[in-house]
Structure formats: structure tokens, C-alpha cells
Design a protein around this ligand. Sequence first.
Ligand SMILES: Cc1ncc(COP(=O)(O)O)c(C=O)c1O
Length: 485
Amino acid sequence: MDSQPELAPRSADTGDISPEEFRRFGHEVVEWIAEYMAGVGELPVLAPVRPGEVAARLPASPPGEPEGFDEILRDFRDIIVPGTTHWNHPSFFAYFAITGAGPGILGEMLAAALNNNAMLWRTGPAQTELEERTLDWLRQLVGLPEGFRGTIQDTASISTLVAVAAAREAAGLGVREEGMSGLPRLRLYCSEETHSSIEKAGITLGIGRTGTRKIPTDAEFRMDPAALAGAIAEDRAAGIVPFCVVATVGTTSTSSIDPVPAIADICEREGLWLHVDAAYGGSAAVVPELRGVLDGAARADSIVINPHKWLFVPIDCSTLYLRRPEVVRRAFSLTPEYLVTPEGESVTNLMDYGPALGKRFRALKLWMTLRRFGAEGMAARVREHVRLARLFAGWVDGEPGWERMAPVPMSLVVFRHRPAGLGDADTDAHNERLMAAVNATGETLLSHTRLHGRTALRLAVGNLRTTEEHVAHAWELLRRAATES
Ligand SMILES: Cc1ncc(COP(=O)(O)O)c(C=O)c1O
């Protein structure tokens, strides 16, 4: 008999933790999460650390030998948690406040356990079909018509990038094959209040910052459709090629709602792709009486809504709805031989709907969240956040020396303290000090913006655990700081 090559000794040790260890530490982790969720409101909302402080506590080199899970979890508790700003805190009112609710946290655990990559239908049949079904549920919940097909992306920034790439493809310029060289200048339109992700999409796609034209807004920070029409005419006369307009439902600074129906009229007349950035505001449409926020969006070519912003799904989960999904496929689909499957065109292959091949199972956490809350449960929480924001707005309106700087169509209040006798620059500096003082308490967290060149403070309600008391406490801290700053 021929001698066999010598094999390395067999070992049952995969290097992974054993099922017994997994069970033990898994229970410990779940216990920790349950306690964290119950007690997060007692922690400082803004991490009380200086830059570099966390890094200084982490070894500069990786461990040579395996480490015990006890030690790893201890360091998570002792180093990572104290260096964390707690977005799940009920007094987190900065940016757009969010919640990673329990059903989605459990969904993340299960998705990680399956570790499925649904790049192709056959590499994730349930994942692909659950994504399609769940996104159709969400479409119904926000009142979009049948025919819109959703895909999940990581963030709104990537959803918008995909949409603008599709708009460029729809313009029939041959960019997919020939690139951008030799083309006339292309123009993408948005408003002065649009989120920076739109301009970033322009940068990434070779449109450039000057190719992204910002249309002026009215007194309530909404895009001026007459100015949009004028800009398009001016650009066409100059030989520039308009191809896409981005309207926003819920702008970042003030949650303003662009006049989408009037913008849709212009896009139809001019043959331009209309993308609606409803990353934050689209969620409000789960409340029947707020569904009007999406008026006109049914006429868009693409719409982004982020369940990780205001539908209680842990970050990241952004949904992109497409009226003509085949245009996105035309822009992105590229199938090397090793990805060809017998199902061919008869199935959805999620890799065709964006630049990434790999596809994480994000639909699971969205599905679990929608099921656990139900349509009415979702609507009740979003409605309550709007009520809390309006309550706070009423306090600001009723207090001498304070002023509101924008309407409150959703759950964001934009305001400032305006002591008598202070000039504009001093009022700005005063509000910056005031916000710094309030945030330094660790008891609440606000953020700021600039409106018409002036500093404004933002209080955004969006966490499930936020109650009237948390909002009242933020107001109390602000009023106290205003007298001391
Ligand atoms: C209106 C709007 N669009 C897009 C984004 C970007 O969201 P993401 O972090 O998912 O890319 C934001 C972020 O706050 C936003 O407010």
C-alpha cells in the first residue's frame, strides 16, 4: 500500500467558543442588555471622555494567545460602555433621536448567527423573499402605492447614492460603459437645506460639488419650486444637462417638508428623475393623520426612508423604494461567471441593487420590529413623539426671552434663547455656551444648527423611552443654564 501523506493531528478545537460557553456567555450578554435597556437613562448621555482616552486603555497590539470571554466582557463593561454616547438614552435629543428596540436587537443576534450573505437568491432565499415582503409591508404602512419595490441599504447616504446613480443611468448618457469623460456638465438639484449626503453622492458619482446646485428655500426652509424651474432653464440655456432633483421630507436642520407635488410637476415636465429623501420624515407617515407628509412622493422615481431613524430598528437599516427597479439594475448589475445561477432572471438577486455584492440580513430586524409593534403600536409611538415635541415647542413659545426658529411639522423643535440687548453674534455665542453647559450635565443631549446664518438649538424626540418628564427636564436645564450662561 502507498504510504499516505502525514496529516496534522485532528482536533475538535475549532477556535470558536464551545456551545456550552456560548450558552453561558450568551445568557450573560442578554442579561447585560436587559439591564442596560432598563437603566440606560441613569447613565451620562454624552460620553464623559476626552479624545484618546479610550484608545489609551486599549493594548496597542493584538493578543497572541486566546483570551477568556470573562475578560473580554469585563473590558466591554469597563472601557467601552463608559466611552459610549448613549443613543438609546431617553434624554438623547440631538441630531435625530433613535431607538434600537428589543425586537431588532434580537434580530441582529439571529442574523449574525445565520451569517447569511444574500447576494444571490440561492445564497439566501428566505433572506431575499423576507426583504421583499417586509419592504412591501412598510410601503403599505407609509401609504405608498403598489408598484414601488424596496431594497435595504445600510444608510440613507448609500440609498441616495444608488438613486442618483440610477438617475444618471436613466438619462441615457452611456456612463456605465463610457464613463463621464467627454460628457457635458451634468446637474443635480437639491435645496440649501438638503442633507450633505446628496452632495456626497454628487462627489462620488463624478457630478462634483459645482454640479450639485442648491436651490434657495422659503421662510420655512422649503425648496422654492419657482427657483428650481428657473435654475433648470438657466442651466439648459448654458448647455448643462439637468438629470435629477432631490426633494426632502424632513430636512436635517428643521424637519421642513419640500413641496414635493410642485417639484414632481417640474420633474415630469423636464423629464428629470425625482428622488425623495424622507430618511427621517418618511416614518411619520405610519401615523394615519400624518400621512400627508409624503404627499406627492408617489410620483417620485425613488424614495429613501430610514427605519433606523424613527421606526425603532437598530442602526443600520435604510430602505430605498424604486418605481423602476430595472433602472437600478441597469446601472449596477454585473454578473461574473462564478455568480451565474440556474434561476437566472426568474428571481431577485439582491446584489443587482447597488454597488455592494455582499448582503447582510437586515430585513430580519425590521420584520421582527414591525411584527412586535404592529401598525398601531408603531403609529402610537411616533404620534407620542410628535406630541412631546409640540409640548416643548409650546413651552418655548410661552416663555419670554426664548424663540422658536422653525415650525414643528414632526418631532423636532428648533429654537434659541434671545436675551434682551444682545446682538446677533453675542446671541450665537450665548446659545453655544448654553448648549455646552446643558450637554456637560450628562443629563440631556441637544445639538445645534445654523439658520439664516444664526445659531439655533435642536431638540429631537425619537426614543421610545422618552417621556414628558425627560422633555421637561431638558427644558428645566435649558432655563437654568440660560440664567447662568
Ligand atoms: C434628511 C437626511 N437625509 C439623510 C441623512 C443621512 O442618513 P444616514 O446616516 O442613514 O446616511 C440624514 C441624517 O441625519 C438626514 O437627516
